[in-house]
Design a protein around this ligand. Structure first.
Ligand SMILES: [Zn+2]
Length: 271
């Protein structure tokens, strides 16, 4: 029952994420006006705005002008629903479930905004960092290195908060300094990392800790290099000007780490 409820909540949140994905990069309000067809501009009625179901029933078309509605809308809803369901199955009705559900929702939105618009909105990265820090005192994460220094002096809530702040700071610092070092050492102009990626890593660090964010950077860099440059090669793009959606790769990596590396599987004792 709880799992089903979480799946439905995830679908609804996914539907809201679609609004965020379209409007945040354009600096539009995510509250008003109500959803309308991007093609004919007509308001979407509530019965045509049911996550996943409406898209399937209308076969991915607007009811009025029959313009096709991208499958990405349905994919975002389904992905968010599944992420919420997986969190619920792994962790039950706990604050950890709320944390991982929130984390996956933010990451899914960032994956798509970076892929479509090459933008990682501050509302998601900075807002997400604050959300991650707010969750940190109350979740059951393993204490990190700092705990060794402070464990006897401060309570576990403070330790976890300090740990999350530390993870956010170091993660964003590393992703900022590593490409710079690489350029210095190899004497090459690269710079495929934007300020958005730096803020995004702060968010990832705040949510899944330093070890998780280090895995994420490694895996994201690997994915970005292999898939990104394969794409550039196949599509015959110019590698010196083509901007890779690095946030998309970081996001995919962060989800993988959250599920298999640091988070759900480990915490639920399946590993
Ligand atoms: Zn329409």
């Amino acid at each position: 029952m709880f799992e089903a409820l979480m799946f439905l909540t995830g679908l609804l949140i996914g539907s809201f994420l679609n609004v965020c994905i379209y409007r945040l990069p354009r600096d539009l309000s995510v509250v008003r006006p109500r959803s309308h067809c991007p093609h004919c501009g007509r308001m979407v009625a509530w019965y045509d705005n049911i996550p996943l179901v409406s898209w399937l029933l209308l076969r991915g078309q607007c009811r009025h002008c029959l313009a096709s509605i991208s499958w990405r809308y349905a994919a975002v809803e389904l992905a968010t629903g599944l992420a919420f369901l997986l969190s619920a199955i792994s962790l039950g009705p706990t604050i950890d479930t709320a944390k991982y559900a929130t984390f996956s929702a933010i990451i899914i939105a960032l994956i798509v905004t970076d892929l479509q618009e090459r933008i990682l909105p501050d509302e998601l990265t900075l807002g997400g960092t604050i959300a991650g820090l707010a969750f940190s005192p109350f979740v059951s994460s393993e204490p990190g290195i700092l705990a060794l220094l402070f464990w006897n002096k401060l309570g576990p809530h403070w330790i976890r908060l300090i740990d999350a702040v530390f993870a956010a700071a170091v993660s964003s610092g590393l992703i900022w300094v590593l490409p710079w070092l690489y350029q210095k050492v190899r004497h090459r102009e690269g710079g495929w990392m934007g300020l958005g990626d730096v803020k995004m890593m702060a968010m990832i660090g705040a949510f899944i800790g330093l070890r998780g964010s280090l895995f994420t950077m490694f895996l994201g860099g690997l994915l970005g290099s292999v898939l990104g440059y394969t794409y550039i090669f196949l599509k015959k793009k110019d590698p010196s000007t083509y901007e890779l959606p690095f946030g998309t790769f970081l996001g995919a990596a962060a989800l993988a780490v959250a599920v298999w590396g640091e988070g759900l599987v480990a915490l639920s004792g399946l590993k």
